[in-house]
Ligand binder design. Sequence first.
Ligand code: ZN
Length: 117
Amino acid sequence: MQASKNAIDVFDAAIMLCKKCGRKMQKGIELKQGFKLRYWYCKHCGIKVYHPGDLAEYKQFKQLSKKVYKVKLRIVGNSYAVTLPKEIVRFLQEQERVVELAKIYFEKAKKLALCFE
Ligand SMILES: [Zn+2]
C-alpha cells in the first residue's frame, strides 16, 4: 500500500494547477486524529485533493480503530505482558512509529492507554 521511498511525489511540486479551472492550487495540511493529511486546494472551485498516501494511511487507521481486540495478559517474571495483534504492529511499522518503546498510563479507572510517540 505504501509508495516506494524513491517514487516522485506530486505533492512535493511547488505548483499544482486545478484540473477543473486551471488556476493555481494552494497547499495545506489538515490534522485528523493525530494524522497529517497533506492536500492541494482550489479556492475558486473548492476542490480539495488529498495526498493519496496520507489518505490511505488515515483510512486504514479508521478501519483499525473500529475493532476491539481481546488480548491475554501473560506473566513474565514479576510483570504481565500483553501481545499486540499483528495488524496493529504492521500498521505502526508502516508509519515508522517506534514499536519497541511505548508509554503507558491510566486514562481512567479501567482504561490503560498505550502511546507510541
Ligand atoms: Zn479550480
